[in-house]
Write a protein that binds this ligand. Structure first.
Ligand code: ADP
Ligand code: MG
Length: 935
């Protein structure tokens, strides 16, 4: 590329902008397009699937470029940021028409959209959260330190499209983890990050490489950005990209100290700095920082969330079939996001849980109130995101219109809560005064609503993104501002004047076909057909000649034109000013709007939980400080709704009772398909539901708060998903054993299955013993296994109890009764299950034979299984011990062969040969050295 191609004033301007945003793709506004140049164009064109062209086509040194129309820009920006890029939106900040080409229009980057910082919620699904996280890390401990101090980690997370901004601090006591010394990020922090699932993570520059590796391992592809240390220390713009334009600062930031503070605050400051740098306008209404403590909520690690299918089905990662889908009957997006948050962070304080339950219960008991409330809630649009849109410089009248519609719905919610039920209930109160209910109504914003009602027309229009022209006017209501009305009047009067002038000129000239025409560039003109030119008065000035007509101007026409056009333009400009002031006014109300949105979200979540409880007949569980767990007639919330509640094929409820004092570990044996996995998950789901404040599917439940739920599923159960290996399973199991407490709930489903029988059995056995025998680790545990041998544990371990699902055999078939009964299962019924599954009868028959042999201690073919050693406990009696003599084995084998003989297809000679061989085999086996009978 030669210098010449870049020397034009426009390219010079572009290069200046680009120099401020070297790591972003610059969307450079030119009229109705955003253009990309040079390297940006070459990078973006293939990603956006658009044509890469050049400026000044044909020249050898042409500048590569590509572009997208402004009206379609959102989708392209979304695409690029989802691929991990940053997009700098560079707008024309002057009206090109006002400049009339005298010089280049000024342009500025008004916003940088990054993967985790999406300020414009347009096109985002209501349930989607766009999380930007910053991590504040302690400096690595110096090698010289003899006793390192506790390490403090800060985490802050912002969704810029909703203003949700929270931070927490984690303190890791030294010596608590040996292996963590090598990792930069402690396990608890990584777990929290995986719960948040951020799109972009800001980390101190010194830790960039280590963090990137660890974060990508834990979260998959995620954008990790370095921040200078000073960005964590003070609220100023410390740019993460050298040379970018500093943002402006508010005097204070709600919820955040401007200096000092714990590491959570420091992390929040890095987020704030990043926000100011990339979305300077957002800082005028800074989101309020709130604090949270991980110790207040239940820890749910990634594999637990996955196995319990809380948010995503393990089959296709969709929402269908998840607990959240079952629970979410919210009426608006605010509620949907709040409910998901509650499920992600179940509580640990019985008092807080009871407070939520009180609210849910109040609504469960009041059908009419709940109905009215949910109806009113449905009128609320996504207030948080509408607010975010409205305070953006690119806001359009339609955004404020949508906000207004939601503000209108707020008083309806208040009314729904206040209205007493006297009238509807024939003079009887449905319940005590509703005002006493534990439900907080949102505060309506009557003044703001009134203002928007008066100022905006009923259906305010959209105006193209970032447009500064006057394509659309008329969205400010008549009667709102007298100066605007006056301008509009003279503009419309102008039309009358023009009509009058037209009539006048027709008369004066005697040209009856004379017309006054308007052209956007040339303005007004008197148009005369060529045939009438002779009649044109002398004072007409020729303006333009066309094929059949000529256009003229006059002194009088120019005067009217000036008044009319001036009025129109001034009216449009005034409308924009008024709109701008409305936008500012909305911004000033953001704390109140956010507070209202917060209460709406909470109410909607309560209403949803109550609706679910009512429809599905769930009950209020008792959650207390005890360590026990007692569920009567519990059901699996998701499977029950698939199967239905009643009838022969309906869901069969089961009890559960666990306590560190015993029975602490319930060992479930029994055949595949009997219901073990379902039961395990059902208990865990009921606990999580209870701790998020929901009612639960059971007849009654009492739950001592759980601090953490561990769910591990044996490798082969997940092999189909191609994600799991025995190694992962064992690593996860190791994690449990190092972190479990007496308050935890442990769900182990077929662990140890991903390896050979004896390995797997031994591992499962040792894990069960560990959970039973280790002080402080006596977690309530549900352990499903197909290793029957484990039932022997009950004998030596008092707090282990066996149970299995009842199975009935009928005509050599199995019937699953789905009822949990005490004691170990006697058999595994694998062959019966295989038959149910449709294996060919011949294979089933053969398997039955082999099983008989195995149970008798012989391998098919007469070989003897090596004897497994007994455990010291003396409890392990494996079924595979050799009990038979070689002779007995040979006899069994001969009998087996006889059974499988198809005499119908044998010739007499075959039969004789067979007999002779059988005799030979038996004779050989009678001698003690002749074990290997040949077939
Ligand atoms: P296992 O883990 O013992 O192999 P699952 O828990 O996977 O068995 O259950 C197999 C199937 O049995 C489930 O998909 C479900 O349809 C059905 N099932 C399980 N528990 C029940 C129950 N309590 N009532 C009715 N059907 C059940
Ligand atoms: Mg199972």
């Amino acid at each position: 590329m030669t210098v010449a191609a870049l020397a034009t004033p426009m390219m010079q301007q572009f290069l200046k902008v680009k120099a401020l945003h070297p790591d972003a793709i610059v969307f450079y506004r030119m009229g109705d397009f955003y253009e990309m140049f040079l390297g940006d164009a070459e990078r973006a064109a293939p990603l956006l699937d658009i044509a890469l062209t050049t400026r000044d086509k044909g020249k050898p040194d042409a500048v590569p470029m590509c572009g997208v129309p402004v009206h379609a820009a959102d989708a392209h920006i979304k695409r690029l940021t989802e691929l991990g890029h940053r997009v700098a939106i560079c707008e024309q900040v002057e009206d090109p028409r006002e400049l009339a080409g005298r010089r280049l229009v000024r342009r500025e980057v008004v916003e940088v959209v990054t993967p985790g910082l999406v300020g414009d919620p347009e096109g985002l699904d209501g349930r989607t959260v766009v999380a930007l996280v910053a991590l504040c890390l302690p400096a690595p401990p110096a090698a010289s330190e003899s006793r390192p101090a506790p390490r403090r980690f800060g985490l802050a997370v912002l969704d810029a499209s909703t203003g949700d901004f929270r931070a927490t601090e984690l303190v890791i006591e030294e010596g608590s983890a040996g292996s963590e010394a090598v990792a930069v990020l402690p396990d608890a922090l990584v777990q929290e990050l995986s719960r948040i699932a951020p799109r972009e993570v800001l980390v101190p520059a010194w830790a960039l490489e280590a963090c990137r590796t660890e974060l990508e391992q834990a979260l998959g592809p995620v954008v990790v950005r370095p921040m200078p240390a000073v960005a964590f220390e003070s609220l100023r713009t410390h740019t993460s990209s050298p040379g970018s334009r500093p943002g402006s600062w508010p005097g204070s930031w709600p919820g955040m100290e401007l200096v000092g503070g714990d590491s959570g605050t420091r992390a929040a400051r890095a987020v704030a700095n990043y926000l100011a740098e990339n979305q300077p306008f957002a800082v005028e209404q800074p989101p309020t920082l709130s604090r949270y403590a991980l110790a207040d909520t239940v820890v749910l690690d990634a594999s637990t969330r996955r196995h319990l299918e809380l948010f995503e089905s393990s089959e296709d990662r969709s929402r269908a079939g998840t607990l959240l889908a079952e629970l979410d009957l919210t009426a608006c997006a605010l509620g949907a996001r709040r409910l998901a948050r509650w499920l992600a962070y179940p509580l640990r304080s019985p008092r807080q849980i009871a407070a939520r339950q009180d609210a849910v219960e109040a609504l469960v008991e009041r059908d009419r109130l709940r109905g009215r409330l949910r109806e009113a809630l449905a009128g609320i649009r996504d207030l948080e995101r509408l607010l975010a849109k409205s305070i953006r410089p690119g806001a359009v009248p339609r955004d404020l219109g949508a906000l207004r519609a939601s503000l209108r719905a707020l008083p309806r919610i208040v009314a729904a809560l206040r209205e007493d039920d006297l009238a509807a209930n024939g003079g009887w109160l449905e319940a005590p005064s509703v005002n006493a209910l534990p439900l907080e109504a949102p505060e309506p914003l009557p003044e703001l609503l009134e203002l928007l009602e008066q100022a905006l027309i009923d259906e305010p229009p959209t105006i193209a993104r970032g447009s500064r022209g006057a394509q659309e006017t008329g969205y400010i209501r008549e009667g709102y501002r007298s100066d605007l009305d006056a301008l509009r009047e003279s503009a419309s009067k102008g039309r009358e004047w023009i009509a009058g002038l037209e009539a006048e000129e027709r008369q004066r000239s005697g040209i009856s076909s004379l017309k006054i025409r308007f052209h956007p560039v040339h303005g007004y003109a008197l148009e005369v057909a060529k045939s009438q030119l002779a009649k044109v008065p002398a004072d007409y000035e020729r303006k333009q000649t066309l094929a059949n007509v000529e256009r003229f101007s006059t002194e009088g026409l120019r005067e009217v034109e000036a008044r009319v056009m001036g009025a129109n333009e001034r009216a449009a400009k005034l409308e924009r000013e008024i709109f701008e002031s409305l936008r500012v006014r909305v911004g000033q109300s953001s704390p109140e709007i956010r507070a209202a949105a917060d209460r709406v979200a909470t109410l909607d979540s309560f209403a949803s939980l109550a609706e679910v409880a009512r429809r599905k007949r769930w009950i209020r569980p008792v959650v207390d400080e005890s360590e026990g767990l007692e569920i009567k007639a519990g059901r699996h919330p998701v499977i029950e709704s698939v199967l239905g509640r009643r009838g022969a094929d309906g869901f069969v409820p089961n009890d559960a009772r666990l306590d560190p004092a015993g029975p602490q570990i319930l060992l479930l044996t029994g055949p595949n398909m009997s219901g073990k996995s379902t039961y395990l998950r059902q208990v865990a789901l009921i606990v999580l539901l209870a701790q998020m404040g929901s009612f639960v599917p059971a007849e009654s439940a009492r739950i001592g708060v759980v601090d953490r739920v561990f769910t591990r599923v044996g490798a082969s159960d997940r092999l189909a998903k191609g994600e799991s290996t025995f190694m992962v399973e064992m690593r996860e199991t190791a994690e449990i054993l190092s972190q479990v407490t007496r308050r935890s709930l442990v769900i182990l489903d077929e662990i140890g299955r991903g390896t050979s029988t004896f390995d797997g059995l031994s591992i499962a056995w040792a894990v069960a013993e560990y959970l039973h025998d280790t002080r402080g680790a006596e977690a309530r545990t549900l352990f499903a296994t197909h290793y029957h041998e484990l039932v022997a544990l009950e004998e030596s371990r008092p707090r282990i109890a066996n149970a299995h699902f009842e199975v009935r055999e009928w005509n050599d078939e199995v019937i699953f009764l789905r009822r949990l009964v005490p004691g170990g299962a006697s058999r595994s019924y694998g062959i019966q299950v295989a038959r149910l599954a449709g294996l060919p009868p011949r294979v089933i028959e053969r398997a039955r034979m082999i099983l008989q042999d195995l149970e008798a201690g012989a391998l098919p073919g007469g070989a003897v299984k090596p004897s497994p050693t007994k455990t010291r406990d003396g409890q392990l009696v494996l079924a595979l011990e050799p009990k038979r003599s070689p002779r007995a084995a040979a006899e069994a084998k001969t009998l087996d062969a006889l059974r499988h003989l198809d005499s119908n297809v044998m010739t007499p000679l075959d039969a004789l040969t067979w007999l002779a061989r059988a005799r030979e085999d038996l004779a050989l086996a009678s001698g003690d050295d002749g074990e290997e009978g040949s077939a």
